[in-house]
Design a protein around this ligand. Structure first.
Ligand SMILES: [Zn+2]
Length: 95
């Protein structure tokens, strides 16, 4: 089992810091995180729409991580979480 799967299988325990537990990111959240030009309102990609996250995820991925959006295909989402970005098929070094 890869890390990503284990991470999301564990029981989420804390309120999602990106959508504040709503399960959706709205314009207030987007403004709060300074992503007006990058994000639109929609299902929260950080908690997958559940409103709760595992603290282990918060230690891996910044809540305002621009590239973790709901539009990411699985492999790219995993890449962001593992700290290596795949953008348009190209691997970029992690932060
Ligand atoms: Zn959320």
């Amino acid at each position: 089992m890869n890390f990503f799967r284990r991470l999301f299988k564990r029981k989420p325990t804390v309120q999602c810091p990106r959508c504040l537990g709503k399960g959706r990111v709205d314009w207030d959240d987007i403004k709060r995180l300074g992503k007006e030009l990058k994000w639109g309102p929609g299902r929260c990609a950080y908690c997958n729409g559940t409103g709760k996250v595992d603290p282990a995820l918060m230690s891996k991925v910044a809540i305002d991580e621009t590239y973790l959006t709901i539009n990411l295909p699985y492999a790219e989402r995993k890449g962001v979480i593992d700290g290596n970005y795949i953008i348009s098929g190209t691997w970029m070094p992690g932060k």
